[in-house]
Design a protein around this ligand. Structure first.
Ligand SMILES: Nc1ncnc2c1ncn2[C@@H]1O[C@H](COP(=O)(O)OP(=O)(O)O)[C@@H](O)[C@H]1O
Ligand SMILES: [Mg+2]
Length: 262
């Protein structure tokens, strides 16, 4: 069965290095492996996800930058197939065109654009840490916001600001948005600060994913090799954690079983 409505998951934290791109890639891959049709969209002007999946210098007209052009058509921006999911790459043009995108209405283009890819069950949007028309547009388009957060002071601070941004966007532009979920990443059982910030987040917010992503070298290795952790090292803790996180997110989104299961 094809899901009647495409879900859009936006990965966001106003602090860099907290595992957003790693999570987009591996949660996307995990959900793709479960049989769903998955599209990843890179909205980070620095294009880490794009380079990771081996797209060197995408044509701006065929990248996510084209979402903001009046001549945007689905035909022009066709996703690149990767193993188990498709990708719409980022272009450097995202950086130069940002100066022109200053009207409130410019926050709506991501939503308008991703709506045309309705053959997918799930679209994951990767964003940069900065608060820009791209990260706000990604929140406007979202049905679920996931905030990857390492349990340390600065990432938690950035995570709480991202939570607030989502709340403001819900009030103004996206009333259907549910409370964002925090995803603890790069956790290390030996670090006492990690226990402290984990307790803080779990006691203060009801929406913290049960599954945590532990620090695992296989994740960094896969990232550097331009592969998902499932391809690189399917027995690693990183692969286990992301497979479990993918399952938990499927539950939260209430995705219908994919065709292969019926
Ligand atoms: N659970 C993890 N264990 C080990 N390394 C990780 C883990 N998650 C992310 N990393 C590494 O941390 C760095 C930052 O991750 P990234 O996903 O690019 O963060 P962001 O997109 O939030 O800036 C990358 O080098 C990545 O390989
Ligand atoms: Mg990133």
């Amino acid at each position: 069965m094809h899901n009647l409505k495409t879900s859009v998951l936006t990965m966001c934290n106003h602090k860099g290095g907290t595992g957003k791109t790693t999570s987009v890639l591996n949660i996307g891959a995990g959900i793709g492996l479960s049989g769903y049709k998955v599209l990843l969209v890179d909205l980070d002007p620095q294009g880490f996800l794009t380079r990771m999946v081996g797209i060197a210098e995408p044509d701006p007209a065929a990248s996510s930058a084209a979402f903001f052009s009046p001549s945007f058509t689905k035909h022009a921006v066709s996703p690149t197939p990767f193993n188990g999911f498709d990708v719409i790459p980022a272009s450097r043009v995202l950086t130069s065109q940002i100066k022109k995108l200053v009207r409130p209405i410019d926050n709506l283009w991501v939503k308008e654009a991703v709506e045309v890819y309705d053959e997918y069950d799930l679209i994951l949007l990767d964003t940069a840490a900065a608060v820009t028309v791209y990260s706000l547009g990604a929140l406007v388009a979202a049905s679920l916001v996931v905030i990857p957060v390492t349990p340390e002071m600065q990432p938690v601070h950035g995570a709480e600001r991202a939570y607030e941004s989502a709340r403001i966007v819900r009030k103004a532009l996206n009333p259907d948005l549910i409370a964002p979920y925090f995803l603890l990443t790069q956790t290390d059982a030996r670090k006492t600060t990690h226990h402290r910030y984990r307790r803080y987040l779990r006691s203060r917010y009801q929406t913290v994913l049960k599954i945590e992503i532990r620090t695992n070298a296989a994740l960094a290795r896969a990232y550097d090799a331009g592969k998902t952790v499932f391809e690189c090292n399917p027995r690693s803790r990183g692969a286990q954690d992301y497979a479990n996180a993918a399952d938990e997110i499927i539950q939260i989104l209430g995705l219908d079983p994919p065709t292969a299961w019926v």
